[in-house]
Design a protein around this ligand. Structure first.
Ligand code: PLP
Length: 649
């Protein structure tokens, strides 16, 4: 069962909303602008939805218009405010020169401000309003800037942290300001009480899909008397405020959600939601000792958690949770090895490492206790998976005590040779960016770093690793060869650079690190070349590369497994992902060979050339790399699952 804990990104559709959308498309399909009966029925649906919206957001007066969502609402608000500023200037009246926005606003806000400021040639200054360590706007700064502000944009609640803004405090700070005020209410709907008509808020955008309505429908509230300029002109729909034939299925569905909110019989209230969150917090604390929460819970929406686990990146955690069937999101955008920190957490002054390792867990007010029970159980499973030792011998290669781990970062590849019996290891070309992670891995497994080597001229990674794990970079003095216990490493100076030959005690495999040796030495022509560039990290001297039909969709993969009962299904996800949730394809369990351990297993697979290989992973990217490598090494019967396990179930 999939557990969806990413409601701040979007939500499933409420059954009553689905019914309403279906009815709008099937029975009530008229154009609400038509004056015949079919049109009148559609108009009645639209107006009922609008009336419900007015009651729910507490706006008996002012404009309430349907649109495509908050991004459109934000554009409309910004355009309206900037047009008003221009008119004000044309009349020779003083108006502010600042466009102020909260530093933690959704990107739709600063991007729209910059866009319309440029397009309209308004020439106003964009300024981010700082937040404090709790993520709340710094009101003393706002008070100082308020007299100069033309437009102030603040959100009701933050999408990454759930931090709820002090709207009363902001209103007080703006008391004598000429500024117009937009409040992004996207994350507040259904979770915070709203009475917009009783405030001085000028514009409030909403998106239906954040609260169980479909994507592509939203609404914008504009205070009575606040300046307004339509973003879209044409047929004059929505009383000329937003032209274009209405998305009636979306409006009907949004209306059903708003009516459910109003009735109060469908969604859970604040106390119950806070109790659900408290159970998740307790499970997370138990599963991940050392966890830190990135926003004070008492000041956040009861449905949002943002946390970091020291030593684990957002990408690591995201993959482990995904493998356990728990859909969460990173508080930041990440690439495989280099984590990009979250601008929201950065603005709160969090340490960059903590900001780059944040994860968000969010649920909606329809959440059930059974979902929270299951989530807590899986959180515990994820905690256990995170603690699995990274450096252990492969169960697939029975007599082997040694292992080889490929280390990729920013297009660079390094290698870690380890012997589990002797608890010794050698690093070759370790990427500097990964030095802290490698050092932590060695410490956790009780491994001693025997040497940190480099094949080219760049020794920065080896030096960085030695600084953390001990020892001096380079080949140890007076040492003709390095005996690791389960394998022997020799150095060969060739082509003006250091090359290394690794011969494990068990099996016939030989590995060459550094390009020159394998190509130059004929007896090593069948050795595996382990390079320092990720794209072709593992290669053979002769490299046939027929990739025809290599990617199979789920149906073709099933046919392959039916035709070849001896085929080997290999899950190339990380050890910890596999630990959090085993991969099964059409009922068959997969062997786990993490992509980073492929070089070590390649000779084993090649030795069974007759048996087809089917690589699988989460999204299809890593299994494609694995299949490419095996084909390049001459294993013609190699395939991978296109789109990954995500599409196969
Ligand atoms: N504002 C906030 C706070 C959001 O969370 C989002 C969506 O993530 C938006 C605006 C933009 O909403 P939409 O993409 O539905 O237009």
């Amino acid at each position: 069962m999939e557990i969806y804990l990413d409601s701040n990104a979007t939500s499933p559709v409420l059954p009553a909303a689905l019914d309403a959308a279906m009815a709008a498309m099937r029975d009530c399909y008229g154009n609400p602008s038509s004056s015949h009966a079919a049109g009148l029925r559609a108009r009645a649906v639209r107006e009922a939805a609008r009336a419900a919206a007015r009651r729910v957001i507490g706006a008996p007066r002012g404009r309430v218009m349907f649109n495509s969502g908050a991004t459109e609402g934000i554009q409309t608000a910004v355009l309206s405010a900037l047009c008003a500023v221009r008119e004000c200037r044309e009349r020779g009246e003083a108006c502010g020169d600042l466009l102020l926005y909260g530093a933690t606003e959704h990107k739709a806000v600063p991007e729209s401000l910059a866009h319309w400021n440029r397009v309209l040639g308004a020439g106003l200054e964009l300024r981010a309003l700082p937040v404090d360590a709790d993520g709340r706007h710094r009101l003393e700064v706002l008070r100082e800037l308020a007299p100069r502000a033309a437009l102030v944009c603040t959100m009701a609640a933050n999408n990454e942290t759930g931090v709820v803004s002090d709207l009363e405090g902001i209103a007080a700070a703006l008391e004598h300001s000429p500024a117009l005020w937009m409040v992004d209410c996207v994350q507040a709907l259904g979770k915070l009480p709203l009475a917009l008509g009783a405030t001085r808020i000028d514009y409030a955008p909403f998106s239906g899909h954040k609260l169980y309505a479909p994507k592509g429908v939203g609404l914008l509230y504009v205070r009575e008397g606040a300046p307004f300029t339509p973003l879209m002109c044409g047929g004059g729909q929505e009383e000329g405020q937003r032209s274009g034939t209405e998305n009636m299925a979306g409006i009907a569905a949004f209306g059903a959600v708003l009516e459910a909110l109003e009735r109060g019989d469908t969604f859970r209230g604040h106390a119950q939601l806070a109790a659900c969150r408290a159970r998740l917090v307790a499970a997370l604390r138990q599963a991940f000792p050392g966890i830190v929460f990135n926003a004070p819970l008492e000041q956040a929406l009861p449905t949002t958690l943002n946390f970091s686990v020291p030593g684990a990146s957002s990408a690591d955690l995201l993959e482990i949770f995904d493998a356990a069937g728990v859909r969460v999101s990173a508080g930041s955008a990440c690439s495989a090895a280099k984590a990009v920190s979250s601008y929201v957490l950065d603005a709160m002054g969090l340490d960059p490492a903590r900001s780059a390792s944040a994860l968000r867990m969010s649920f909606g007010p329809l959440v059930e206790d059974a979902t929270i029970d299951a989530a807590c159980e899986r959180i515990m499973r994820c905690g256990r998976a995170l603690r699995l030792p990274q450096l252990s011998p492969s169960p697939l290669l029975k007599d082997h005590e040694q292992g080889m781990l490929q280390l990729d970062a920013e297009g660079q590849t390094g290698w870690l040779l380890f012997d589990a019996g002797a608890r010794a290891c050698v690093a070759i070309d370790p990427p500097a960016a990964l030095a802290p992670r490698i050092a932590a891995m060695l410490e956790a497994g009780g491994y001693r770093l025997r040497a940190a080597l480099h094949t080219g001229t760049d020794s920065a990674g080896a030096a960085a690793l030695c600084a953390l794990a001990g020892g001096a970079p380079g080949w140890p003095a007076d040492c003709p060869e390095l005996n690791l216990g389960a394998g022997v490493l020799a150095r060969v100076e060739l082509g003006g650079a250091s090359n290394y030959l690794y011969v494990p005690a068990a099996g016939d495999a030989r590995y060459v690190f550094g390009g020159a040796l394998g190509l130059a030495a004929a007896p090593l022509a069948d050795a595996l070349l382990c390079g320092s560039e990720t794209e072709r990290a593992v290669a053979a001297a002769a490299a046939p590369q027929d990739e025809t039909g290599m990617e199979l969709d789920a149906g073709a993969a099933l046919r392959l497994l039916e035709q070849h009962p001896d085929a080997i299904v290999v899950d190339v996800r990380d050890l910890r992902e596999h630990g959090a949730g085993e991969a099964r394809l059409h009922g068959r369990a997969a062997h786990n060979v993490p992509l980073a351990r492929l070089a070590e297993h390649a000779p084993h697979f090649i030795a069974q050339d007759g048996r087809p290989l089917l690589f699988v992973c989460r999204s299809g990217a890593r299994s494609l790399r694995a299949a490419r490598t095996l084909r390049r090494l001459g294993h013609a019967h190699t395939w991978c699952l296109a789109g990954g396990l995500a599409l196969a179930h």
